[in-house]
Design a protein. Structure first.
Length: 276
């Protein structure tokens, strides 16, 4: 949204809108509960603009319930929801702080989190930061990857919030990389990610006979297969037979049919760790 502001502005004439509003009821003519319900369909920017119409609309646009819904729909889990912050501040102010923090995070993730902590809306603890990240899609994707690379303590708690129970391994890995940005190239951070994912997948599927080390090996193989099948630079694509043969000895206890299903999943559903 950027920084929403709610400054008083002059009333625009209806002639300048380019259409007639004679049949549109003024919010002043509606019961307050219904007027608030109408305004609940607006985003933060439009809600601030609605508050510029007149004093009545401004009062309606500042109803805390509206800003509570906007906060919770964009940031599901914030420390301020469970502290005494909202005893002293409105949800509208909280929204503005969270919005500013989100914008700052995009340019410098460490500064963004530090800002939220200093403003008293986010607890400076790995668990709280992980829950905050897990509960929002508003954070810049590239900046999130850089932040998690520096804060593996937060990453560890973030992965613990994921649920991969009864998910087919390639689908679980694809879901993992839809929640945690994949590095653009192989290296130490990718190894850390796969190690944490493997441990969490095994934890969610403890009844499975497959070991954590085997999960790790398969995940790495699935990423290599994804690159092989999706890259236009690879002319000779790996066949299903080759994939099964390469993994057969390293994954005792897994049938050729199961490994073949993994190959089919990548072939049909695409890359498991897209960086886009």
């Amino acid at each position: 949204m950027g920084q929403a502001s709610c400054k008083q502005c002059g009333t625009r004439s209806r002639e300048k809108t380019g259409f007639r509003l004679n049949n549109f009821p003024d919010l002043a003519s509606l019961p307050p509960e219904l007027a608030v319900q109408v305004l609940s369909h607006l985003n933060a920017t439009d809600l601030c603009l609605a508050g510029c119409v007149n004093e009545l609309w401004c009062n309606l646009a500042n109803v805390d319930l509206l800003w509570k819904g906007l906060c919770e729909s964009r940031w599901c889990t914030v420390s301020a929801y469970y502290s005494d912050y909202l005893f002293h501040n409105s949800y509208k102010k909280l929204y503005m702080v969270l919005d500013n923090g989100t914008l700052t995070f995009a340019s410098n993730p460490q500064d963004g989190i530090k800002y939220l902590v200093n403003m008293g809306v986010l607890e400076d603890a790995p668990t709280s930061i992980a829950e905050f990240i897990h509960g929002t899609e508003a954070l810049d994707w590239c900046s999130l990857g850089l932040f998690l690379q520096d804060r593996t303590d937060v990453l560890r708690h973030l992965v613990s919030l994921h649920d991969y129970t009864n998910l087919f391994l390639p689908d679980a890995l694809r879901q993992f990389f839809s929640l945690v940005p994949a590095p653009s190239e192989r290296g130490r951070f990718l190894e850390v990610l796969l190690d944490m994912f493997s441990a969490r997948y095994k934890e969610c599927n403890a009844q499975s006979s497959i070991t954590k080390d085997t999960i790790y090996l398969i995940c790495y193989s699935l990423i290599l297969l994804s690159v092989d099948l999706t890259s236009p630079h690879v002319k000779n694509k790996m066949s299903k037979r080759e994939f099964i043969r390469n993994l057969r000895r390293a994954t005792p206890g897994l049938s050729d049919e199961y490994l073949g299903h993994m190959y089919d999943n990548i072939y049909l559903s695409g890359h498991v760790a897209s960086t886009a």
